[in-house]
Design a protein around this ligand. Structure first.
Ligand code: HH2
Length: 301
C-alpha cells in the first residue's frame, strides 16, 4: 500500500492564526486579556474577523520574560481553550507537556511549540504540532544571537524535528522559522528572504512577524527611535503578505482583519490566472470551502 501523503492544507488562501495572550506581560497585548471572560470575547472577535485558528498562550516568550509556574499557566489557559474550542479551532502556545495535555483535553487540536520538543504529546493525543526554531531561551535569546549560516541552521533544525515527529506518528506538522527568537533584524530578514526554500520542503510553514521589535527598528519614527508596538501594523501586514507570497500556509497575527484581507487577496491572485473573473471567483469560493474543511478536520481528529 502506498504511504499516506503528508498532511498539507490546500494552498489557495493562506490561513490566519489570531494571537490570544492570557498573560500580564506579553510584549504587545500583555495584561489586556488576563481575565478569562475578556480573553474569550477577544478570541470570538478574532473569529468574526476571519481567524481560522486562535492561538491561546499563558506564558510570554518575549525577550527577557520570566517563566511562569505550570499551575498558573494551566489556570490561565484551560478555561479559555474550553470556551473557545466549540467555536473555532484552537491551538495552545506552550512549552510545557502538562499544559499541552490539559489544553488538548479541553479542546485544543494544535500544539504551538516554540521549543519544538512536544511532538510526543501530539503523537499520543492525535493532534497537530507546530515546531518553531529558537536559539537559546526567551530569557537570554536576544543577548548574542549568532549563526554561521542562519538559513541553513534553521532549516536543518526544522527538518530534523519534522523527521522525528513523523517517525513518532504525528500526522499534521507545521514548521516555523521563529522570527525574533534568538535572531537579529538581519537574521529575520534573511530568513524571510529565503522562505521559498523552506516552503519547498513540502511541510506547511507558519510565520509570525506581527508587531515584533525588528519592525520597529527598521521603521523608526521622525526622532530616530524605533516605532512602538502600536505603530507596527503596516509592517506586520507587509511582512505577513511577503511571507504568504513566498508560499507560507499560515500567518500568526495580533491584528486579524487586515491580515485576513491580505490572505484573501493573496489567495485570489493565486487562482485568478487567465480565467474569466466570474469563473475564477466561483472557483475561489469552492477552493476556500475545501481548505476550511481540510483545516477544520484537524479539530475533529
Ligand atoms: N511568536 C510569539 C509567540 N509564539 N509561536 C510561533 N509559532 N511563532 C511565532 O513567531 C511566535 C509564537 C511571540 O509573540 P506574542 O505571543 O505576541 O508575545 P509573547 O510571547 O510576549 O506573549
Amino acid at each position: 500500500m502506498a504511504a499516506e501523503a503528508p498532511w498539507h492544507p490546500a494552498t489557495v488562501r493562506p490561513l490566519v492564526m489570531g494571537v490570544l495572550n492570557v498573560t500580564p506581560d506579553s510584549f504587545s497585548d500583555g495584561g489586556l486579556y488576563l481575565d478569562a471572560e475578556r480573553a474569550v470575547a477577544h478570541g470570538l472577535d478574532m473569529v468574526t474577523s476571519g481567524a481560522d485558528v486562535v492561538d491561546v498562550g499563558g506564558e510570554s516568550s518575549r525577550p527577557g520574560a520570566e517563566p511562569v509556574s505550570e499551575r498558573e499557566e494551566l489556570r490561565r489557559v484551560v478555561p479559555v481553550v474550553e470556551a473557545l474550542s466549540p467555536r473555532v479551532r484552537v491551538s495552545v502556545d506552550t512549552v510545557k507537556r502538562a499544559v499541552a495535555e490539559a489544553a488538548v483535553a479541553a479542546g485544543a487540536t494544535l500544539i504551538n511549540d516554540i521549543s519544538a520538543s512536544l511532538w510526543p504529546v501530539a503523537a499520543e493525543s492525535g493532534v497537530g504540532w507546530v515546531a518553531m526554531h529558537m536559539q537559546g531561551s526567551p530569557r537570554t535569546m536576544q543577548r548574542h544571537p549568532h549563526y554561521r549560516d542562519v538559513v541553513a541552521e534553521v532549516h536543518h533544525f526544522l527538518r530534523q524535528r519534522t523527521a522525528e515527529a513523523r517517525r513518532a506518528g504525528v500526522g499534521e506538522i507545521w514548521v516555523d522559522p521563529g522570527i525574533g527568537f534568538g535572531k537579529t533584524a538581519a537574521h529575520n530578514l534573511t530568513l524571510l528572504h529565503h522562505l521559498p526554500e523552506l516552503v519547498a520542503d513540502g511541510v506547511p510553514v507558519l510565520v509570525g512577524t506581527s508587531r515584533k521589535t525588528f519592525l520597529g527598528r527598521l521603521s523608526p519614527g521622525p526622532s530616530g527611535e524605533p516605532s512602538g508596538v502600536d505603530e507596527r501594523l503596516a509592517g506586520s501586514i507587509a511582512t505577513a503578505t511577503w511571507a504568504m507570497l513566498a508560499g507560507v500556509s499560515m500567518v500568526r497575527v495580533h491584528d486579524v482583519p487586515g491580515a485576513r484581507q491580505a490572505a484573501t487577496l493573496v489567495g485570489a491572485t493565486r487562482v485568478t490566472g487567465t480565467a474569466s473573473r466570474e469563473r475564477s471567483h466561483r472557483r475561489l469560493v469552492s477552493q476556500e470551502q475545501g481548505l476550511r474543511e481540510q483545516f477544520v478536520k484537524g479539530r475533529e481528529r
